[in-house]
Design a binder for this molecule. Sequence first.
Ligand code: SAH
Ligand code: MG
Length: 195
Amino acid sequence: MNRTELEKIKIKALEEHIPIIMDETLEVIEKYLKEKKPKKILEIGAAVGYSAMCFSEFLAEGGNIDTIERDEERIKEAKENFKKVGLQDKINLYEGDAVEILPTLNEKYDMVFIDAAKGKYPFFLKESLRMLSKEGVIFADNILYKGYVMSDYNKHKQRTAVRNLREYIKEVTENPNLETEILEVGDGLGVSRIK
Ligand code: SAH
Ligand code: MG
């Protein structure tokens, strides 16, 4: 991959306030990726493709990434970016709403990165669990949402998001088949593995 291009893409995304993965969150995921070398990764929420490009460095031989994005401008930019860095054959972009696309997928994924609409996290979890391989891991970004999730915050327009993030945390921690950690890195990262 072309690292100079990747760095440019990162800077542009930050300047445009596109919520790309935070460095410390990426570090945690990279540690896992280095050890596991997954064959297939599913990402929900591509934006301009930054996190997917970072993950791709650690894929097993012949591995690939499926990522989903619904915003037309971001889709266009992500596709251009994948070409720029030379990853168009390793990263497959599904264009549209993940709520509609996920039920049509039937693959096994070694890692899932949930990073899209917070109000849909419980649904994304259900779909991810259906497709997670035995040794798989689900990472959920922004799970603590600026601290709202763990406070008594219950107001205004983020209310649905907060309720659904709490629901996600409840489901992953109470599921007897999962082992879950909620890490306070970045905006909060949920890490759930099959036991
Ligand atoms: N993973 C990216 C950042 C993703 S930002 C990175 O770290 O580089 C979240 C993205 O999810 C936004 O671009 C938004 O358009 C997209 N998104 C939100 N809800 C979605 C949905 N239901 N289906 C598809 N994309 C969605
Ligand atoms: Mg995020």
